[in-house]
Design a protein around this ligand. Structure first.
Ligand SMILES: *Cc1c(COP(=O)(O)O)cnc(C)c1O
Length: 407
């Protein structure tokens, strides 16, 4: 709408403390990758999450790539991966010439279904072909139910990689999200809870593995005076300048989490009683950061689809997004195997069909949030579809009956 300032989904939020660290980096002439800010940032993130060590890189995607290579993934291998996620979770599987096998979500956490995972393992054993790793994604700030998932992985001796790009600061039974699997990865992309404008981190309790990752991330240079290389490497290291930004961000991370949780609480308070609206649950095993407030709209009950609400918000210059399109439905991954939550229920497809993420920045003002809430309320009250219009949609009364067909 003309004149109304844009409200973004999840914009960066500076603390004011970044500049001093950046100035220190300039003053010391460390305007290069590596350097004292990088070392300090790695130590501070490792301390914050309680990991033995950390290796900073220039993206979360790079961190996943390194974790996969550490797990021994190579061409012709398979890797289990959550289906309901951003494509970056699975792209590194392709970089290594391996094939993803996608695992559905469960309704209680929206994250990896242990039932589906168990069936995938069962089939893999039958076929005599265990995956080289399992990538579990902690969606929208909430940890997956990692107890049973890591038990299964341990039973089959398959390394667990936690894609905690969206869940830095979340907890699972008292432990930090990202520290429960063999490897955890974080992202400091501009839309995440804290940002370096672009960056990522690999964490682990395995120092030796982290040393190897650091070696690969800096072009795999052998310890010789001349330039000597015996393995392929990458140019993945984080710039010292950006690490300085990250240190300033990390200092206020708890305030950022509190602010995102307040944003969620206000949405919940204002909208939860509306017929057909259902918020992403917070699992009882830990704290979600509520990185993004996500909710479902059941069109038969509220008269509006998630897509229609995204458009109505856009018309008022408000950025909202549908929930991730499951990777097993992406053309890129056509033909890959997929294990639904149960034989008759594909949870990720339903979450994609009905789910929407609302603006959730830690710097979203109460007036801005009022604008969003007001638009959501009006849209849900006035149509666009009359409530009955979706009846044929939801035959049988279950919100799972109208599932798009998978490939
Ligand atoms: C953002 C994100 C990534 C990738 O992080 P980048 O730093 O952008 O490479 C990976 N997985 C998930 C689930 C994400 O949301």
């Amino acid at each position: 709408m003309v004149g109304k300032e844009r409200i973004y989904l999840s914009p960066p939020h500076l603390s004011g403390r970044e500049e001093q660290f950046v100035r220190d980096a300039f003053a010391s002439n460390w305007i290069a990758p590596l350097g004292p800010q990088v070392d300090a940032f790695e130590r501070e993130v490792a301390d914050y999450v309680g990991a033995k060590g950390a290796v900073s890189v220039n993206s979360g995607t790079a961190a996943i790539h390194l974790a996969l290579r550490l797990s021994g993934t190579a061409a012709q291998d398979t890797v289990f991966c959550s289906s309901l996620t951003f494509v970056a979770s699975a792209n590194p599987i392709l970089y290594l010439g391996a094939t993803p096998v996608f695992i559905d979500s469960e309704p209680t956490t929206w994250n990896m279904s242990k039932d589906a995972l168990e069936r995938a393992f069962y089939d893999a054993v039958e076929a005599g072909r265990l995956p080289k790793a399992a990538i579990v994604v902690n969606l929208y700030g909430q940890s997956a139910d990692l107890g049973p998932i890591s038990d299964l992985c341990r039973r089959y001796k398959v390394p667990l990689i936690e894609d905690a790009a969206e869940s830095l600061g979340a907890t699972y039974r008292g432990k930090a999200s990202g520290t429960i699997g063999q490897f955890g990865i974080y992202s400091f992309n501009g839309n995440k809870l804290i940002t370096t404008s672009g960056g990522g981190m690999l964490v682990s309790h395995d120092q030796q593995a982290l040393e190897k990752a650091k070696f690969w991330a800096a072009q795999a240079r052998d310890p010789a005076r001349h330039y000597q290389h015996s393995e392929p490497g990458y140019n993945y290291r984080l710039s010292n300048l950006l690490a300085a930004v990250g240190r300033g961000q990390l200092q206020v991370i708890e305030e950022r989490i509190a602010a995102r949780r307040r944003v969620f609480a206000r949405y919940h308070q204002a909208l939860h009683e509306i017929e057909g609206v259902e918020f992403m649950p917070e699992a009882p095993f830990g704290r979600s950061t509520r990185w993004l407030t996500a909710l479902l709209l059941h069109p038969m009950r509220c008269g509006v689809t998630a897509g229609q609400l995204v458009e109505a918000l856009e018309a008022e210059n408000i950025e909202a997004r549908p929930v991730w399109k499951p990777l097993h439905l992406q053309p890129l991954f056509q033909g890959c195997r997929y294990y639904p939550h149960s034989e008759s229920e594909s949870v990720s497809e339903q979450l994609f069909q009905y789910g929407i993420c609302l603006p959730s920045g830690s710097n979203l003002s109460e007036e801005e949030q009022e604008r969003v809430i007001d638009c959501v309320r009006r849209t849900l009250q006035n149509g666009p579809g009359a409530k009955g219009a979706f009846l044929e949609y939801d035959k049988g009364g279950r919100w799972g009956t109208c599932t798009p067909t998978s490939n």
